[in-house]
Design a protein. Structure first.
Length: 90
């Protein structure tokens, strides 16, 4: 049920102060770029939006606006054009 899939980068049980399985901090914005431009219901972690840097907040805000402006539906089809090492193009 893709239309009910919630996508997330981190949450209070994995990252934050728990630090059990945190998403790599240097990859957080790449993660948000992925979940905010792909199908699903993206969930933004409070810590990343409010407690991290203003630059991180702005990047997440810009990606959220891009998703809204592009009207990406939760069940959008994805066509992966290339996935090779550090390059992903869909």
């Amino acid at each position: 049920w893709p239309s009910k899939a919630v996508t997330f980068i981190d949450n209070h049980d994995t990252g934050s102060t728990q630090k059990h399985w945190p998403f790599p901090s240097e990859k957080v914005l790449i993660g948000y770029a992925y979940i905010l431009t792909h199908p699903g219901i993206p969930c933004i972690f409070w810590d990343h939006l409010i407690e991290w840097s203003a630059g991180c907040r702005q990047a997440i805000t810009d990606l959220t606006k891009a998703r809204r402006d592009s009207r990406i539906p939760v069940d959008a089809e994805v066509s992966i054009l290339q996935a090779d090492g550090e390059l992903y193009l869909a």
